[in-house]
Structures are given as C-alpha cells and as structure tokens.
Ligand binder design. Structure first.
Ligand code: ATP
Length: 860
C-alpha cells in the first residue's frame, strides 16, 4: 500500500497521476583510502576501505547488539510496566469487588435497616395500640369490677331481703294464722268472758239491787271523853245492830227502832265500815256512778268515817286504795285512768281545794254534750298509787284548813267533796266507761235547827240548810219518782246529779251521837236517813262512755282500715317480694353474664398479654438482630474503612513504588537517552563524516550501501528515541492516573501516531529528499531501494496497523506496548523482521485478549 498525505494543501486536491520509476543502479565506487579520527587522541588514522567496511560492520553490529539489548531492556521494562499495570488492574478489580460487596452489604444493611425500622414502627404502633387497649380494658375492668361490687352488694342485700321476706312470709303467715286463731279464741273467750261478766254484773247488780241502789249505813260514834266525864247516857241500842236494826231510847223504856242496811256500833272499826262500802266502790270500776256521803250532826264522826285519821284511814283513802288494788288485779283486761278533784262547797260556792293559786273566777257546774256534769277549770289530779292519793287528800285537807282558824268548825260549815273520776277501758272488747265516785263529807246537819245565829253564821246555816234540804228534796223526788228532780236547787245536789239517784248507786252514812243530849239531832238524822233509804232507785245503769264508744268505733274503723291497708301493704309486700325475687333472679343472671364477660375479658387480656409478651420478645429479638446487624454494619464499615485505608496505603505505596520505579526508569532512560544522544551524536558525527565520505565517494556502491545502512541506523535511533519518549510519556501517564481511561488512551495513541508519523515521514523525507532534490545518493542503487521499499512497506504496515487499531479501539484500553511493538523498526534482517512480525501478531492477539478482559472489567 502507498500512503499519500497532503500536508499544507487547502481545498480538495485531485490526484492527477503518480509516476513511480525504478531507481537507477548506483555504480559502486572503487576502493579508496580513508582517514579515521581517533576518539582518544584525535589522530587521523589511515584505513583501507575494507578495514573501514569491517570496522563499520563491527560498529554496526555493536550498535545493533546495543540496540537489541536496549530493545530487550525496553521490552523488559514494558513487561514490568505491563505486569505492574496488571497488578494494579487486579488490585482495582479487587477493590471494585470489595466496593461492590460493600455496596451490596450497605444496600442490604440499609434495606435491613429500613425493614427493621418498619418493623419497629409497626411494633411501636402495636405497642401503642396495646397500651391503649390495655388502658381501655383496665378502665373497663375497673368499671366492671365496681359494677360487680355494687351489684354484689345489691344482690346480697336483695338476697338478704328476699330471704328475710321468704323467712318472714311463713312466719308472718304462721303468725297471722296464730293471731287469727288467737283472735278467734280470744273473741270466743271475750264473748264468753263478756257473757260471764255480764252475768256477774247482772247478778251483782241484782244483789245490789236487792240491797238497794241507795243504801243507808248508820254509824254511831262512841261517847267522847267529855261526854263520859259529863255522865251522858247512851240512848242508842245496838242489840240488833247486826241485822241493821237500831233502837233509840226516846224516854224511859220507849225505844224507836230504825232499820238500815248496816248499823255500826262505836266499836266497829274503819275496816268493817269500808268492807260494806267496797262493793259500791267496785261498781265505780265497772262503770257505775257512785255517791257516798256522810250525813249527820256536827261531831258525830262524818269526817272520821270519810277521811279518818292517819292511824285509822277513812272511806276516801280506803276507796282509792281499793280502786288501785282492783285496777291492779284487772290490769290485764282493763286499763283504768283515775283522777281526783277535791272541792268544797261553802255558802253555795265551789272552791277547788287542789288549786295551787287562789282564783277569783267563780267555778260553775256545766253539763257536757254527753250529759256529764263537771266543773270546768278544776284540778283533776291524776293518781296512780295510794301514796299520791294520800298526798292529794292531804293537800285538799290542808287547803280546807286555810280558810278557817278552827278546823272542826269550818269542816262542819262546808261540804267537802272528793270526786274520783274513773276512765275504764276494757282491753278485751275495747269497751270504755267513764264513771264518777263522789265521796262527800257534808256539813253538820244540826245547823238546820239552830235559827238563832246571826250574820255570817246565819248565812252559812241557811246555805247548809238549803243544800241539805235540796238533797232531801232530790231524794224525796227520787222516792216519789217525780218527773222533776230538783238537782239544781243547790250546788251540792247539782254536783251530785250524775251520782245521785236514777242510774247511780248511793251510799249514805248517817252519823249519830250516842249521847242523850244529842237525841233529837240523832232522831232527825235517822229519820232523814230512813227517808233516804225509802227511795227506790231504778236499775243502775252502766255509764258507758258514748264518746269513747264513738272514739272506739272510729278507732275500730281506723283499725279495720289499717287492717285493710296492712293487708294491701302485705299484698304489696308479697308482690314486691316477688318482684324482688324476679329482680334478684335477673340480677343473678346479669351477674352470671357479667362474670362470663369478665372471664372472656380476662381471657382476652391474657391473650393480649401473651401477644404483647411475644411481640416484646419479637421486638427484643429484632432489636438484638438489629444490634447484630448494626454491629456487622459497623464492623463492615470498619472493615471498609480499613480496606480503604489499606487501599490508600497500598495505592500510596504502589504509587510511591511506581513513581519510584518510574523515576528510576526515567533516570535510566535519561541515562540511556543521554548515552544514546551521545552515541547518536557520535554516530551523527560519524554519519556526517561518512556522508562527507559518501559524497566524496558517490560513485562507490559500498558507500551507498553504507549510506543506506547509516540511514537505517539513523532511523532505528530515531525510532528508539521515539519509543523511549513514548514509554516515558506512558509511564508518566500511568503513574499520574492509575485507572486507564479510554479517551486518554485514544488521545495518547493519536498523539503517539502523530509523533510516529512525522518521524516516518521525516525518515521517508530524509530518504526521499535526495531523490526529489537530486540527492547525492546514487539513483540506481538497488540495495538502497530495497531497503527503502522495506522501510516504506513496514512504515505503511505500521501506519495501517495504527489505523486499524485506531478504528477498532474506541472502547479499548490503551495498548501502548502493542503500539510500541508494532512501531518497532524491522530494518535489519529478514528473519528479524519475520520474528518481529510474529511477535507483533502475538502481541496483537494478547492485546485483543487483554482488551476483552479489561472491557469486561470496566463494563462491570
Ligand atoms: N267511830 C268513832 N270512833 C272513835 N272516835 C270517833 C268516832 N266517830 C267520831 N269520833 C270522834 O269524834 C270526834 C268528832 O268527830 P268528827 O270531827 O269526825 O265529827 P264531824 O261530824 O265530822 O264534825 P263536823 O261536822 O264538825 O265536821 C272526833 O274527835 C273523832 O275522833
């Protein structure tokens, strides 16, 4: 191939034609003598042409040997550089692998970190949810526990109430049944009792009635000491006193007989007197109005009989004592309410002896709506025992004494009236009665006969006479069964209206004196008493308290209503009990359900707790794994750092060693270059000399041959210089950049080619120059032409290889060595050219392999 370059031509040159001519044969000059200058002494030495040729051959061979040595050294250096570069490439590959692994591990670590982070986030969310659920369930469990507690309490309370109700129901029913039976029995007994009582009362009343509702007991006091001392005789005959017969000796042997219900001799005791009066007292407790009064002459013992003394209690005290005694006996069947009032009637005026403070208000007798007569405003002292009775009586007696200096005189001029009000309630049949017992100590009856008194005494006497007359009139009216009973003629009879006559029982003590000087008075009293005794009172009527009856009726109605309401409430209670039992059953069911719910919740809680534990374990495992991964990562990072440090150190060391080697090589090459330069200088000088000789001996063929050889040597030298320069550049480039780069290599190749091409051209020019410019070289020299042809062919081959290399090396790493190998001059022998050609082929194959392998590495 012929490479034609158009340098410095503008536009598009057109090749019109190339003329290639065969060089004319150069005629070999005849052997001539030549002079060589000694290098040491600069002496010119005459040498023959043969010797000179021999010397030139020897020098050429020496140069060739040196060139070969240098070529070998260069090759060795190139190999070393190649090996170093290969080791560097391997290190880079290892580093790349390590980096890749590191990247992979980093990527895995990051992915693991992300996974762990996600799992941790998920676990945190689960943990938060679990916490929230736990708190919610804890609150719910607490609420449920509180509810359960309250429900348990309610349940226990309801159970207790239910049990109580259930227990009480049979007891209550039993009690009700028992009470009903008892009530029936009681009713029966009551009926029987009331019947018996009625019979007893009837019989008692019959007995009383047989005795008379108004009875008169005659009591004669003993002769007083004064009368005994005065020698007064006794006119009273007590022979038949036991039979109620009393004889009064009027004169001589004439006696007037009186008949009374009882006659008491002076020897009879208070007890005996009261024993006969007691049945009437008992009648008060049975609900009858009773009036016991003492009538008689002053000083005959009325007060003694009614009040008595502390040693000999009278009827009043004994009556109350008896009343309390009987009330005590009857307390299981009767309830008594006893109150006492003490009045005094003086001059037709009522005086309250129990009043604590004197009052100017006049006490009047009123009749209530029920028909009872009472004195509004008087003190009704409630007494519950005998001691209180005595104190009350004593208070009355004391109050009575206040109005008079002489007690006896005063007592004889006023009526002392003790009213005992008895309220009775029959506990068996709830029958209530209200009765009164009047115990009256009348004023002295002798005043009736005395009309000679004046003034106050007269008034007293008139009042006493009026009241006693009124009493007689009332009794008379009762005896004659008059339609009108003049009770209101005196305060005495008006007060005694309820207890005197008619429906009441009356007992009259007629007190007489045994003394003959009081005979008339005694007869008067006895006559009065006889008239009283003659009164035939009607049947005594039980004083039933109608208001009490009404009250009892209302109470009965109330009791019935209460009974009905109680029955209703009992039914309601039963219904409530049933409802409570139902509620209790419902609450039991709710309690059971809630217990089941609690169990379920506890199970869920346990499950959640186990899940939480598992999740915590998982979290701990993951955290441990994370820690392990982090440790691995940190260790890997540490390793990476170490590797990087090692790599840096290695790179530094390698770069240092490379730099050192390069420096060494540079220095060696510089030395070699210097040597070469010196040699080349010498050779150039020699060449100049030879050229001179050649010019001188242009006709000499040997000289032409030598000239061609010199040219070849010159080319070799230039090529070697060029190679060395390229090596230096490459080494410096490799040292500067450890990682070969495509563009750089390409640029370097181009630069190399640019550097090589001028050399070639220069060499070719240098060769052609004599031809074109009419060189001094013989035009017909065949050897020179062959050599030039070979050189041209090789240079064009080199150029072609370089072009092909450039064409197919866009992605190849630099192949300086190969380029250098291809640019190696092959000028000497044909064998050498063949060897170099083979080697260049082998290098090409190796370069392709390396290029492929490096391409793989760099692509990866
Ligand atoms: N049965 C009797 N036994 C013993 N002494 C009697 C008896 N009756 C009366 N006496 C005595 O006679 C005296 C007068 O009695 P008493 O004062 O009771 O009479 P009186 O009728 O009440 O008089 P007056 O009308 O003035 O009150 C008293 O000292 C009393 O002790």
């Amino acid at each position: 191939m012929i490479l034609i370059r158009f340098e410095g031509v503008n536009g598009s040159p057109v090749i019109s034609g190339i003329c290639i001519r065969k060089a004319p044969k150069v005629s070999v000059p005849s052997a001539t003598k030549e002079y060589l200058k000694c290098s040491k002494c600069a002496a010119e030495i005459e040498v023959s042409s043969a010797q000179k040729k021999l010397m030139q051959a020897k020098a050429t061979s020496n140069y060739e040997k040196k060139i070969q040595q240098l070529t070998l050294q260069c090759q060795q250096k190139t190999n070393e550089c190649h090996e170093a570069w290969m080791s560097l490439t391997e290190a880079s590959e290892q580093l790349e692998k390590v980096r890749m692994e590191l990247d992979n591990k980093t990527f895995r670590t990051r992915s693991l970190d992300q996974t762990v982070e996600k799992q941790a986030e998920t676990l945190r969310n689960i943990k938060n949810m679990y916490k929230h659920d736990k708190e919610y369930w804890a609150v719910a469990i607490n609420d449920l526990q509180e509810k359960i507690k309250t429900m348990k309490k309610e349940h226990s309370q309801l159970s207790r109430e239910a049990h109580e109700c259930a227990d009480s129901v049979p007891e209550l029913s039993n009690m009700v049944a028992g009470v009903q039976a008892l009530v029936a029995q009681c009713e029966d007994l009551k009926l029987k009792y009331s019947e018996e009582q009625a019979k007893r009362k009837e019989l008692y009343n019959q007995i009383q009635e047989t005795k008379g509702n108004i009875r008169v007991f005659c009591r004669c006091r003993p002769l007083s000491k004064e009368e005994i001392s005065a020698g007064c005789a006794t006119v009273v005959d007590f022979d038949s006193a036991k039979d109620g017969d009393l004889g009064i000796g009027i004169s001589g042997s004439t006696k007037k007989a009186f008949k009374f219900d009882r006659v008491y001799t002076p020897r009879d005791h208070q007890v005996d007197v009261f024993a006969d009066a007691a049945p009437l007292v008992i009648s008060v407790l049975d609900g009858y109005n009773v009036c016991i009064f003492a009538y008689g002459q002053t000083g005959t013992g009325k007060t003694f009989t009614m009040e008595g003394t502390e040693q000999n209690r009278g009827v009043n005290y004994r009556t109350l004592e008896k009343l309390f005694e009987i009330a005590k006996e009857r307390r299981e069947t009767f309830m008594y309410d006893i109150s006492v009032s003490v009045l005094e009637v003086y001059n037709e005026q009522i005086r309250d002896l129990l009043a604590t403070s004197p009052t100017s208000k006049k006490l009047e007798i009123k009749q209530s709506s029920e028909g009872f007569h009472h004195v509004p405003g008087i003190v009704e002292a409630k007494v519950s025992n005998v001691r209180e009775v005595w104190s009350v009586l004593q208070a009355g007696s004391n109050a009575r004494a206040v109005g008079s200096n002489n007690l006896n005189e005063h007592s004889s001029r006023s009526h002392c009236m003790l009213c005992i009000m008895v309220k009775t309630k029959n506990l068996m049949n709830s029958e209530c009665t209200k009765s009164k017992l009047w115990l009256v100590d009348l004023a002295g009856s002798e005043r009736l006969a005395r009309t000679d008194v004046q003034g106050e005494r007269l008034k007293e006497a008139q009042n006493i006479n009026r009241s006693l007359s009124a009493l007689g009139d009332v009794i008379y009216a009762l005896a004659t069964k008059s339609n009108h009973i003049p009770y209101r003629n005196s305060k005495l009879t008006h007060l005694l209206q309820d207890s005197l006559g008619g429906d009441s029982k009356t007992l009259m003590f007629v007190q007489i004196s045994p003394s003959e000087k009081d005979l008339s008075e005694s007869l008067s009293s006895l006559n009065f008493a006889t008239r009283v005794r003659g009164v035939e009172l009607g049947l005594a009527r039980k004083q039933v308290d109608t208001s009490e009856m009404q009250r009892m009726k209302t109470m009965l109605d109330k009791a019935r209503q209460e009974s009905r309401s109680k029955d209703e409430s009992l039914k309601k209670l039963e219904e409530t009990l049933q409802n409570l039992e139902g509620k209790s059953r419902g609450k039991d069911q709710i309690y059971k359900n809630q217990q089941e719910k609690i169990k379920e919740l506890e199970g869920q809680l346990e499950l959640k707790t186990s899940i939480h534990g598992q999740s915590e374990k998982h979290v701990s495992q993951l955290s441990e794994r994370l820690k392990g991964r982090e440790e691995i990562c940190s260790s890997l990072q540490q390793k990476v750092k170490e590797l990087e440090a090692k790599l840096r150190e290695r790179q530094q060391s390698e770069s240092a060693s490379f730099q050192q080697k390069v420096k060494e090589m540079e220095s060696k090459l510089k030395e070699q270059v210097q040597d070469f330069e010196s040699h080349s200088l010498m050779l150039r000088q020699k060449i100049k000399k030879l050229e001179k000789q050649v010019q001188e001996q242009e006709q000499n063929s040997e000289a032409a041959l030598l000239r061609s050889k010199i040219m070849e040597v010159e080319d070799k030298l230039k090529q070697q210089e060029l190679q060395l320069q390229c090596k230096l550049n490459l080494c410096s480039a490799d040292v500067m950049g450890f990682t070969p780069r495509e563009g750089m290599s390409y640029t370097r190749d181009e630069e190399l080619i640019k550097e090589i091409e001028p050399c070639i051209l220069r060499s070719s020019n240098s060769i052609n120059r004599p031809m074109s410019q009419g060189s001094i070289l013989p035009k017909g020299s065949s050897l020179f032409n062959e050599t030039r042809k070979k050189r041209h062919s090789r240079s064009s081959e080199t150029e072609n290889i370089a072009t092909t290399t450039n064409m197919g090396r866009k992605s190849d790493p630099p192949r300086v060595a190969r380029v250098m190998k291809t640019t190696k001059p092959v000028t000497t022998a044909t064998t050498q050219g063949l060897l170099s050609h083979k080697r260049s082929n082998r290098d090409q194959v190796q370069g392709i392999k390396e290029r492929d392998s490096k391409k793989k590495i760099w692509s990866r």
